[in-house]
Design a protein around this ligand. Structure first.
Ligand SMILES: [Fe+2]
Length: 193
């Protein structure tokens, strides 16, 4: 049985990611269809977490290596689940690459640089930022400044061009909070339709 508060946090994370990823996609100049794919993939990217042991996922302590390996499986489990219900193959590819890192240190495949779909590279940056800005079971939320400091210290994991646009363009104009992201998302969609 899922805990409602934890489920609520996951669904808000997915909604914010859809909004933030679409905003970055607009700023780097992707075409309408590609922006739509980024948004849909961002919304579904962590569905695999529903198939992970919730006690491990929400543990308020440092995880063991085995537990971390279990959580990493949310990527392949999610892709398999979404594929089984008919989500299209291109979206599954993006979702299955959302934890790949630009320097090749990510998972599950260790893809590198432009071998990672540009849409997954966008979601990776949005996901990294959002996970720092919001409370996690093991730490409090961080400010924009603190989040960016951490991202800069690990920038080798991120597409440098997309990260620059994200910091200097997207972050300067979005209204990033749970109260506003749905309204902002609607405005954003209307602006590019
Ligand atoms: Fe994830």
């Amino acid at each position: 049985m899922f805990n409602l508060n934890e489920l609520n946090e996951l669904t808000h994370h997915l909604s914010r990611l859809q909004y933030l990823s679409e905003a970055i996609a607009v700023d780097i100049g992707l075409k309408h269809d590609e922006i739509m794919k980024v948004g849909i993939a961002a919304f579904f990217h962590d569905f695999g977490k529903l198939l992970i042991d919730q006690n491990i996922l929400n543990a308020k302590r440092k995880l063991t290596l085995d537990e971390f390996e279990h959580i990493k499986q949310h990527v392949t489990k999610g892709s398999t689940l979404l594929s089984s219900i008919g989500l299209n193959a291109e979206l599954i590819d993006i979702i299955s690459q959302h934890h790949e890192d630009y320097d090749g240190s990510g998972y599950p495949l260790g893809l590198k640089g432009e071998n990672i779909d540009i849409k997954a590279r966008i979601i990776r940056i949005a996901d990294f930022y959002d996970s720092l800005r919001y409370k996690r079971p093991y730490r409090d939320k961080l400010s924009e400044k603190q989040a960016l400091e951490i991202m800069r210290s690990e920038k080798h994991k991120l597409d440098p061009y997309i990260f620059e646009i994200f910091v200097n363009c997207t972050l300067k104009k979005i209204n990033y909070s749970n109260q506003y992201h749905l309204i902002e998302s609607k405005k954003l969609i209307e602006s590019y339709v």
